[in-house]
Write a protein that binds this ligand. Structure first.
Ligand code: AMP
Ligand code: FES
Ligand code: ZN
Length: 271
């Protein structure tokens, strides 16, 4: 086991993220983080399968799909692919605005739905320390208190929501990149054209600038959050229920996925 693998194992154990008897769905994007997550979990002997959403973004989705298939071949683990267009009749490319926020809702929903319907115990994503600190800063700047309690590496299952785990929660992006390169893990560096204006990318850039002057400031921010997270843990004042269109767990009558894709107009998407 190399140092990176030891580091990841230690983090998995520390936060009690995963068990060897769980059926794990790793949601893979084509990029280095989720591919390294699948690779390292496979190497550590966890029971994984891969899940990928073809978002229909020209060039970016094509190259991503190619890399995901390569990864599945190398690891010899099953790969499940869903096409957004088959489900909603549209792609991310077809949207007029809010590409990233609708895409985020879509990814979270589809990975959960697939995992839930196919009896997986847990979903693993490739979010890393750099992602976490930039989300955290963004939610602080907006005082999104509801989300501030949720930046934890393990979110437990409830209703039809599966357990979600971020195995790289406390692992820096550059270590993941080095590991991916060292092990010849297939991945693409292509970036989605809609993400370039995302505010969290700006947060990332100046947090990295700050890190050059104040070493470990990102970790200090993250571990400080973990210490004080309970302060944001407020009681939700609503009851979850089943979406009237798709039947998945929702905060309102219609879940955000069915709402943003206007699926209430197409009852064919009923289960
Ligand atoms: P992103 O939202 O692009 O920052 O990606 C965050 C995580 O979501 C990645 O590390 C993957 O685990 C997962 N993910 C992103 N895009 C896809 C996709 N097209 N299909 C499946 N999982 C994805
Ligand atoms: Fe979803 Fe870019 S990957 S909008
Ligand atoms: Zn729904």
């Amino acid at each position: 086991m190399d140092n990176f693998e030891k580091l990841v194992k230690k983090s998995i154990d520390k936060f009690k993220m995963l068990n060897k008897d769980e059926k794990i769905l790793v949601s893979v994007s084509g990029g280095k983080d989720s591919h390294a997550a699948a690779y390292v979990l496979n190497k550590l002997g966890y029971n994984i399968e891969l899940f990928h959403i073809n978002l229909g973004i020209k060039n970016f989705s094509d190259i991503s799909l190619e890399k995901v298939k390569e990864l599945s071949n190398i690891l010899e683990v099953p790969l499940h692919i869903v096409n957004l267009k088959d489900i909603t009749g549209k792609t991310i490319e077809d949207l007029k605005r809010k590409h990233c926020s609708i895409c985020g809702i879509t990814k979270r929903y589809l990975m959960n739905k697939f995992g839930y319907e196919n009896n997986f115990d847990v979903i693993v994503t490739g979010h890393n320390l750099d992602d976490e600190v930039s989300f955290l800063l963004n939610n602080l700047l907006n005082w999104s208190v509801r989300y501030l309690a949720k930046h934890f590496p393990v979110l437990p299952a409830h209703d039809k929501f599966l357990k979600k785990v971020k195995i790289f929660y406390e692992i820096e992006e550059d270590l993941i990149l080095k590991y991916a390169v060292k092990n010849n893990i297939p991945f693409t560096t292509a970036k989605c054209k809609f993400a370039k204006d995302a505010i969290t990318l700006k947060h990332r850039a100046y947090l990295n600038e700050l890190e050059k002057e104040r070493k470990n400031i990102k970790k200090q921010f993250l571990y400080g959050y973990l210490k004080y997270r309970h302060l944001f843990d407020i009681e939700e004042d609503f009851q979850f229920r089943e979406c009237e269109i798709c039947g998945m767990t929702s905060a309102g009558k219609i879940c955000s996925f069915c709402r943003v894709w206007k699926l209430y107009k197409k009852s064919k998407y009923k289960n």
